[in-house]
Ligand binder design. Sequence first.
Ligand SMILES: O=C([O-])CC(=O)C(=O)O
Ligand SMILES: [Mg+2]
Length: 622
Amino acid sequence: MFSRPSICGNLSKLCRNGTATATATATPAAANSALALCTARGYHEVVGDIICPSQVRGIDHIRDPRLNKGLAFTLEERQVLGIHGLQPARFKTQEEQLQLCKIAVNRYTEPLNKYLYLSDLHDRNERLFFRFLSENIEDLMPIVYTPTVGLACQRFGLIYRRPHGLFVTFNDRGHIFDVMKNWPEPNVRAICVTDGERILGLGDLGACGMGIPVGKLALYTALAGIKPHQCLPIVVDVGTNNIDLLEDPLYVGLRQKRVVGREYDDFIDEFMEAVVKRYGQNTLIQFEDFGNHNAFRFLDKYRNTYCTFNDDIQGTAAVAVAGLYASKRITGKSFKDYTFLFAGAGEAAIGIADLVVKAMVAEGVSIEEAYSKIYMVDIDGLLTTTRKVGSLDGHKVNYAKNHEPMADLEEIVTAIKPNVLIGASACAGLFTPKILRTMADNNDRPVVFALSNPTSKAECTAEEAYQNTDARVIFSSGSPFPPVKMGDKTYYPGQGNNAYIFPGVGLGVICTGTHHIPDEMFLIAAQELANFVEPSDIERGSLYPPLQSIRDVSMNIAIGVTKCAYDNGLASTYPEPQDKRKWLEDQLYNFNYETSMPVTWTWPRMPYIKTRDESPLIAAIK
Ligand SMILES: O=C([O-])CC(=O)C(=O)O
Ligand SMILES: [Mg+2]
């Protein structure tokens, strides 16, 4: 005997107790299909063969964003769910609703207002939000994600309305697991976590950084089809060193300086353990926008004991390396023919440089030669072997050159003559017209990436890059730039943003139940992305496929990651699927509405149902 869920109003009249056993009115088949429906939504936990349904009734179907379909509820659904009369008479298809969304969002001119509209839609009707986003990536990604999400973080205290993620504060130490139990979803598979110390290139925004994991995980669903209930955005709030925020009456985080040192490390350790205890050891933990020093330390510390990666180091690296692969098709050079200069020596720069080294080694270049091709500049100038002890910490040391110290980037570019100039400095305008002209003087096709985010932090604009190089530049940027018209040609620079990478990696990792994520998976992701670049993209001026194809890119990356996971004994989901694409596709989120009623159910008819055309659903079961 099994229990059936009570998922609708009339049903609940027959069965007041949500877990009452099936009765004569509920055939086992009907109860089974109802159960499948509910568990598929991720709303019901199965305990043995008893399911514990949510107690959703009547108006709560409209209030719950995961169940709500707005005017797309059919008459039958409205009656059976007990919501008939709570909405106007009109019935709409999801397509009609999408048209309305488009009109509604376009009424706003300010990106932040568009962000608020979309956030409200997310709160109101989850499936509609994700379908809208996934079908309008080019227009909406810059709103829910970079660059507008940066502004949303800066205004977080003002615009915060409802939780989209979990706040774990330092005051919760010793009880993090208990706090995590308050998150209502039992089946989380992916967490994106930040401590808010380095939000994009905007610096320390403390708890206001929540916008970032929320935006990243929205892309998990919109771009890779990962189910929203499997995603959990988290801020670990250990305070902020941003004086403006500490003095801002609207600040919503812990009003204290950042906890550092041993206490901070123990806190993050406890957090990692709590994640595993709550959701299992294969839960993907994506680190996002941590301060430089911590980002590298935590990646090194946890990469072999947890299922984790750092998006700013590894995701950004993969997207940049994909762009570099594509650039080779234009320059006709191989990596070993390039001299690279990185402006910035933080997470993104080191991550990219390390992956470039791996890519070169994979092409048969010795590791020493690979390092010798890469120059790097930090806030004190060129990384040289003559630097004081302590200023070449961690991974920087690999890129220090036996070279006289130089501080001025213009002089460094003149002296080093790089073929590839990569900006990851969060320093707007760093690539001056003079630097860009020097790049053009020394190269037929100079490669210039201005990767810092958001747009206000980019090292140069697309327009500056094209104008100062007679449009010979091979350009890409982390944030989107509008097309640039030069003479009678228009260039559409691609967006070298890790959004091309992390959703697909996440999908592959989650589905395979991968234990650990090796760098190799990011090299595979870079290659898969580069394979997607068509000659027509390059002709348009882009090193990346159009954003509209990012869902296909994500699927190919996920397939590559899946193969890698099984080939390297990292997967824990068995048996290994033969047709990996089909297997992955079968697990994707359905952006279309599903019926809110068990299809095999025979419900008591109300006389006025007969007055309108019968839906295909009713016709089918007659
Ligand atoms: O969020 C983005 O757009 C890319 C990224 O990870 C960062 O800039 O930190
Ligand atoms: Mg980031």
